[in-house]
Design a protein around this ligand. Structure first.
Ligand SMILES: Nc1ncnc2c1ncn2[C@@H]1O[C@H](COP(=O)(O)OP(=O)(O)O)[C@@H](O)[C@H]1O
Ligand SMILES: N[C@@H](CC(=O)OP(=O)(O)O)C(=O)O
Length: 308
């Protein structure tokens, strides 16, 4: 049995049908005997729509109020997905970031996680429930105010929770099959990587690969969290991110093999081994603290893709 943190991005929960599919997937992991903690992003383009709404009532939205508006997107998606899991007969409970113990710095719209105190999440796991945590948000440690973490912040929520809970793996479940050498939506020659080091992923994220938020990569490197980026829509394995290249295990291509992560059994990607990017050094990614993608001004898309 493993402790798995699963994060589902906005496209993966973009409709009631997709929420039900995610719920079934979460229940399957639970039925396989794993402890599962889930982080869900806001449905589809909700964050854009909320930004737009704020821009329509104020030319310069008050950052504190804007954060309260935006956090609602993730709270709705998490409560709905928890509801869908409960409807499948497995107890689930959703938490806001502040309730889950995600503590941050003060800066509205661009706060950093400084600590995670996941007492309520552990209690829920002990009760046999599946806890859901609203991504992209927390509570300022100094002021107690609700904050958001910058665009793409749910990745950081999931990886920070995985570190705090000493999870075996953090699965980032998204709308592509894993991390590619370039954006597979715009570059037909992009190749799927079976493994990336933190350092290589940091470079990709810094160059704009949205599949993992830059800050989340640094958080994973700092705490040594093993991250598996994979599709929400099928069960094939994707890309594992860790400190150093994983030795190739002899197994038929494409098959999933059992491997041990932090001492417990977790079905990770098949051999195929490491495929660091050209010029990428193994390591923990060091470097200066990254900037999160800040909140885009209302009425712009912030350069993010349209909802799927
Ligand atoms: N190198 C890359 N590998 C994989 N995906 C990439 C890469 N560069 C950009 N992307 C884009 O990242 C998107 C996934 O990130 P994002 O939209 O934030 O997902 P989610 O909504 O699941 O959080 C993909 O749809 C893809 O177009
Ligand atoms: N909903 C927020 C947070 C987030 O992480 O979203 P996603 O996981 O869909 O990239 C955003 O749009 O930035």
């Amino acid at each position: 049995m493993a402790l798995i943190v699963q994060k589902y991005g906005g496209t993966s929960v973009g409709s009631p049908e997709r929420i039900r599919r995610v719920a079934a997937r979460v229940v399957a992991a639970h039925a396989a005997g794993h402890d599962v903690v889930v982080v869900v992003s806001a449905m589809g383009a909700t964050t854009e729509e909320l930004l737009q709404l704020a821009g329509e009532v104020s030319p310069d939205p008050v950052p504190r109020e804007l954060d309260l508006v935006l956090t609602a997107g993730e709270q709705i998606a998490n409560a709905l997905t928890a509801m869908a899991v409960t409807a499948l007969g497995v107890p689930a409970r959703s938490f806001t970031g502040p309730q889950a113990g995600v503590l941050t710095t003060t800066v509205h719209g661009d706060a950093r996680i400084v600590a995670v105190e996941p007492r309520r999440i552990r209690l829920a796991l002990d009760r046999g429930e599946i806890p859901f945590v609203a991504g992209f948000q927390g509570r300022c440690r100094e002021t107690g105010e609700v904050t958001t973490l910058g665009r793409g912040g749910s990745d950081t929520t999931a990886i920070a929770l995985a570190a705090a809970l000493k999870a075996d793996v953090c699965e980032i479940c998204t709308d592509v099959d894993g991390v590619y050498t370039a954006d597979p939506r715009t570059d037909p020659s992009a190749r799927l990587l079976r493994h990336v080091t933190y350092a290589a992923m940091r470079r990709l994220a810094a160059d704009g690969a949205e599949v993992l938020a830059l800050r989340s990569v640094d958080h994973a490197a700092r705490y040594g969290v093993t991250v598996h980026v994979r599709s929400s829509f099928h069960d094939r394995s994707g890309t594992v991110m860790s400190a150093s290249p994983v030795p190739a295990a002899p197994s038929p291509a494409g098959r999933t093999v059992a491997r041990t992560v932090v001492g417990r059994s977790y079905a990770g990607p098949a051999g195929g081994g490491a495929e660091p990017l050209p010029g990428a050094a193994a390591g923990n990614g060091g470097g200066p603290a990254p900037a999160a993608r800040p909140l885009a001004p209302a009425h712009t898309s912030g350069g993010r893709k349209a909802p799927g």
